[in-house]
Design a protein around this ligand. Structure first.
Ligand SMILES: [Zn+2]
Length: 326
């Protein structure tokens, strides 16, 4: 089933339909018992009077299953970021759709308005969904890896591309800069991207950050001519560079290109300027995870992306003692 705004609309207002849809997405082969792992043998527990109520007497649409193997009860939300939330699942589903279908991400304030929830609830939901977008794979990257860095922060929002570039250059190497350097690594074949905050862009720092993610001896490195990469470029099978100072983004002799990084940074800058006017350094890692996810899955359908987020939601429930605005 291909999900889009029109096929999903019903589930955003019908709580029972929302539950059934999440079950379909999370359990394509039948209910999976979270207690013993048994697949497809659980039976549905029908509420006695047609409706199920909580201990406080409120009507709930929670769908309960009982495992035929271990006899334990469970719902589709066990182990997900949606578990134990007071927010109706239909609202979660709408938030999930908005976050996964939008190109630039959704600001919490927009979620608040569209979902009709309070500001703290909107923040909480946005952060939980973002947490679920956090890369599920911590496998080492291997292959042709594009590495590039960008600077986030300051107030480049009103600058055009050339001014911004000049300004960014002027910030480099200055110790009292308000900008945060971010290193992004992109697998040229799969399009998977991983971004991390680095303390600076000196050779040893870049090498350490790359070595944590990449099988250096088994990979090819593509970068611009930044001095930092020269120190350790020879540890790779090959290190091909592109000359940015001559506005070159592809080297036609080696085929090396940093275009993917340029695209990613352009998208990131647009989102940070347009959707999230300011992101504190504290929250930046989670925003980066979100953009990494968005870019890595940009060729997927909205349905596949939503399913992936629900899958990744498992075991990632986080509780914020206090939800603060980024
Ligand atoms: Zn079981």
């Amino acid at each position: 089933m291909e999900l889009n705004l029109s096929t999903l609309a019903k589930h955003f207002s019908d709580e029972a339909a929302a539950w059934e849809l999440v079950e379909k997405m999370r359990w394509p082969n039948g209910p999976v018992c979270p207690h013993c792992g048994d697949v497809g043998r659980a039976y549905f527990l029908k509420p006695r009077n047609g409706t199920r109520t909580t201990t406080t007497g409120r009507v709930t649409y929670r769908r309960l299953w009982k495992c035929a193997a271990c006899r334990k009860k469970f719902s589709v939300l066990v182990g997900t970021i949606f578990e134990r939330s007071q927010v109706p699942l239909s609202k979660w589903l709408l938030a999930l759709y908005l976050m996964s279908a939008s190109k630039n991400g959704v600001a919490a304030n927009e979620l608040r308005r569209i979902l009709g929830v309070t500001q703290p609830t909107a923040w909480f939901m946005a952060h939980r969904l973002r947490e679920a977008m956090c890369a599920s794979s911590f496998e080492t990257m291997r292959g042709t890896i594009v590495a590039d860095e960008t600077w986030i922060g300051g107030n480049p929002a009103r600058m055009n591309h050339k001014t911004r570039e000049r300004w960014e250059k002027s910030q480099r190497g200055s110790s009292n800069t308000a900008k945060t350097p971010v290193l992004s690594l992109i697998n040229a074949a799969t399009g998977e991207v991983r971004s991390k905050i680095v303390t600076d862009i000196a050779g040893p720092t870049l090498r350490k950050a790359i070595a944590e993610q990449v099988d250096i001896a088994g990979s090819v490195l593509w970068t611009d001519e930044g001095r930092g990469y020269r120190h350790f470029g020879k540890e790779f099978i090959a290190h091909n560079t592109v000359n940015h100072s001559q506005d070159e983004y592809v080297d036609y002799t080696t085929g090396a290109s940093t275009n993917k990084a340029e695209n990613f940074f352009a998208q990131l800058a647009r989102s940070l300027d347009g959707t999230f006017h300011h992101v504190s350094k504290e929250h930046l890692p989670r925003y980066l995870d979100e953009f990494d996810f968005r870019f890595s899955t940009r060729k997927m359908s909205d349905t596949a992306r939503m399913e992936r987020i629900i899958d990744q939601a498992e075991g990632r429930r986080l509780t914020y003692r206090r939800v603060t605005a980024a």
